[in-house]
Design a protein around this ligand. Structure first.
Ligand code: GSH
Length: 417
């Protein structure tokens, strides 16, 4: 960003994807102002400039003329910030792929594991109503307004397969994930080792806006997983916690500083990870835990998206709906701790096909596959993954995010350009 511009981030405290971007901005010392989203902002700023009524949205504002442009979606915002500010991205063929794969699973699936703690917990209803409301208003008005917001958004999770039938399995997996993460953090500061990456920002978003924010999960999560809480605060970029940005380790005499070392990036384990394109074993296990069930969502989503596109007779460009109609549900599988399979139905949400496309464009290109597959073989489910990739690539379509939304184009029409 030139000095001509400033950033404003439209979002909310309880929004996971807002917190993901805020942590990224803070850790990279990029100044920004927070703008609270509300109905008026959606109508006048977001919807005229972006495809979906979603937060976060980054405004790039010319300080003098006050003209702005807007970027929607946490991934696109981080991409923009990374390239504009020349910020580092994860190096290493396997590590860069792992980071994007994890970001997809965490953003598209793992948020349900956290959401599971948000709804249906009467003890925190008052808190949710107030904090989802417009808290520039007095308490009772804010609460009333928040109750309306909750009615609008709180009802969507069952259609994504988070129901009474699956709640226990989601919680089982969250528990196992938190145990693995605790074990991981014994050695490493961050998911890929000593370097912060997208996967950390995704986890941070989910946990800081949900698990370690809402009262009901806070007590459970903070008491049982204090190491994870400390990690989440570290990724926030503001905490006085070992490994946080600007926190240093001091050796001093009475009047002189002897040494003053950054604590960020200090691991208790293998320092060669970054340079030798290695992924911590605990990260591989966390990926495997979620990937097994996530593939039962990704595979039908990709297949049903292809079917939808192939029914658009003759069109070279098609806007894909964010969610398909409720009569096009499919069944996915969740595994409990003891290996029991739970099946549930959910609607098709095609955002993940765009996330898959991003991976194919950036970190799973044909020349990268040999190397990446070595790691996928360790994770497991490689054939299932490869079948999904093959189906999408054979479909003849690609997907991009545009002002109109996620748009699929026939590759044959693009190659004619
Ligand atoms: N893919 C988007 C997801 C954004 C998203 O789901 N935002 C939620 C808040 S965390 C939202 O705006 N929900 C409003 C709604 O669904 O109506 C991103 O990564 O930014």
């Amino acid at each position: 960003m030139s000095d001509k511009n400033e950033y404003m981030l439209i979002g909310a405290d309880q929004s996971m994807f807002t917190q993901k971007v805020r942590a990224y901005l803070r850790n990279n010392s990029i100044p920004f102002k927070d703008v609270l989203s509300n109905v008026k902002i959606f109508k006048t700023v977001i919807l005229p400039n972006a495809p979906y009524p979603l937060i976060p949205d980054l405004l790039i504002v010319d300080k003098e003329t006050k003209k702005y442009s807007l970027i929607q979606d946490s991934k696109s915002i981080i991409d923009f910030l990374e390239s504009t500010h020349g910020l580092p991205h994860v190096a290493g063929t396997k590590r860069a792929f792992a980071d994007m794969l994890l970001e997809m699973i965490l953003d598209d699936f793992f948020f349900l594991h956290v959401m599971n703690w948000r709804w249906d917990r009467p003890s925190q209803q008052k808190y949710l109503e107030y904090t989802f409301g417009d808290n520039s208003q007095p308490y009772e008005i804010a609460k009333k307004n928040g109750a309306r917001v909750l009615n609008l958004i709180g009802g969507r999770t069952p259609s994504l397969g988070l129901t009474r039938r699956t709640a226990e399995a989601f919680n089982d997996q969250l528990d196992t994930f938190l145990e693995l993460l605790t074990q991981h953090l014994e050695t490493y500061q961050f998911i890929l080792g000593s370097q912060l990456s997208r996967a950390d920002y995704s986890i941070h978003g989910h946990f800081s806006a949900g698990l370690f924010r809402d009262p009901a999960p806070y007590e459970w999560a903070a008491s049982n997983y204090p190491v994870v809480l400390s990690y989440v605060r570290r990724v926030s970029g503001t905490a006085v916690s070992w490994g946080s940005k600007d926190v240093v380790q001091l050796e001093a005499t009475e009047d002189t500083i002897v040494t003053c070392e950054d604590t960020m990036g200090k691991c208790r384990g293998d320092k060669e990870l970054e340079t030798s394109d290695m992924i911590p074993e605990t990260t591989t296990r966390m990926t495997a835990l979620l990937l097994r069930d996530y593939l039962s969502i990704l595979a039908p989503t990709v297949n049903m998206t292809i079917e939808f596109l192939n029914n658009q007779a003759g069109k070279d460009e098609v806007i894909i709906p964010r969610g398909f109609k409720a009569d096009q549900m499919y069944e996915f599988t969740l595994h409990t701790k003891d290996g029991k399979e739970i099946k549930e139905k959910r609607i098709v949400t095609a955002h993940c096909v765009w996330m898959l496309q991003r991976i194919l464009d950036a970190t799973y290109r044909p020349e990268q596959r040999g190397e990446v597959d070595k790691w996928l073989a360790e994770v497991g489910y490689m054939n299932e993954w490869k079948n999904i990739v093959a189906a999408w690539e054979a479909s003849g379509w690609r997907i991009d995010m545009t002002r109109k939304g996620t748009v699929a184009s026939r590759k044959s029409s693009l190659s004619r350009l």
